[in-house]
Ligand binder design. Sequence first.
Ligand code: BES
Ligand code: MN
Ligand code: ZN
Length: 511
Amino acid sequence: MPDSLTVEFVSFADIAASGPAASDAEEGASALIVLAGETMAFGAQTQRLVAPAMAALERAARAAKFKGKAGSSLDLLAPNGLGWDRLIVLGAAPKGDESAPQPTDFVGLGGQAMGKLGGATRVAILFEPPGAADSAAAADFALGAALRAYKFDLYRTKKKDDSDKDAPVAVTIAVADPAAARAAHAPRAALADGVVLARNLVNEPPNVVYPEEFANRAKELEKLGVSVEILDRQAMTALGMGALLGVGQGSARESRVVIMRWNGAAGPDQPVAFVGKGVCFDSGGISIKPAASMEDMKGDMAGAACVVGLMHALAARKARVNAIGAIGLVENMPDGGAQRPGDIVRSMSGQTIEIINTDAEGRLVLADVLWYVQDKYKPQFMVDLATLTGAIMVALGQEYAGLFSNNDELSERLRKSGEATGEKVWRMPLAPAYDKMIDSKFADMKNTGGRYGGSITAAQFLQRYVEKTPWAHLDIAGTGMGSPSSDINQSWGSGWGVRLLDRLVKDFYEG
Ligand code: BES
Ligand code: MN
Ligand code: ZN
């Protein structure tokens, strides 16, 4: 399984101008990365280390018109006077004008650094950014580096190009106070591992990660002190989860619900709860999807993957919170036993649903899991994540996830956490007029509301399974997979939401 990048913090004195231990031809190239401010200003330690190459560096900077602008870089091969194969100067000047400089995004900067390696595998970074930078900045930088370095190549037996073959598995970061940087890095390493776990689950093929196997992967969280309970078909039948079970009945793979519990609070606080859509493959069922891009529907469990990644992060960093993670795992397939349009199913809540389109399956899965979590755990709030509708991509593209909520405070907290992490959410409306669109002639509701407002009517459907509990629904169809790559994500499965919700917990629900 692809793992997170290993990061080692050392002091500046541990980095030698002569480069890493003598390189034999078998080893990959080495690179030294340094940070520069406006007009290529270096910190004192950096200046000392690159001194032998300073003349060449200044000449190269002039030739390339390099000014140290954030995001720009200068790449010197075999710099005279240094033992490193590459010297990479990364622009880190604060954005904005002098009167109002914007705080540097160190997570993004760490990602940029890893994007400039050009195949180097032995990498050291002199972390001496312009202006004051504390240990949190260094740890943020390391987090960004780890997220950028992620690759999913488990199933590629032949590596196609050098950049694929040569990826560093470890980097050394020189900082002013290595002990403090290590301490600040520990919770971020837990977070990076959670994101990596979520990305892996989304990227895995659907013949490997089907509901039972997904549940097995979630079960591994027990190693971190999470208690994990798995409901099989028999247990779900006894509970009356007819909406979820209806979706899975056309598949040769049995459905599962997994409940993960992390009790990190000092007392018996009401838990916070996270619920994920885990459709391990969504063929559409009898209302089958067109062939084009159907393979992407292996990622229809990105909500569940996020919940597992989040629970990993919370437990690994020993978050002082009681948290529930609940995921509904099914495969939506069309066989002779499959659910039909026209079928009426009974959800655990007792409400009946007329199936209009078997491809509107995510809401059916979530209806029973939301009800179960609310009924059994009486959480402070529930946040669900789901690759629920194509319509949310039409509305918001792939930059923002759709946020639907019955609670202004929870919404505002999610918005702030989104701005802080870059995993942004945009609030969409809920209203009785939309709710009416899913009334059914034959049952309490139908599972689609027509062409207009598709992501809103889907959210209205979910709301019928939420009573007084503060609740937010995040439609991550645009952000959970296949979104444009960024400084800190080059992976198809983005792990979107793990950092957002970890931040929500950290900033608003821990002691
Ligand atoms: N999993 C899909 C939504 C989706 C589409 C996610 C594309 C990511 C990329 C969902 O189950 C679905 O099929 N939704 C339908 C709902 C419709 C039948 C009411 C949709 O969006 O078309
Ligand atoms: Mn579907
Ligand atoms: Zn789906």
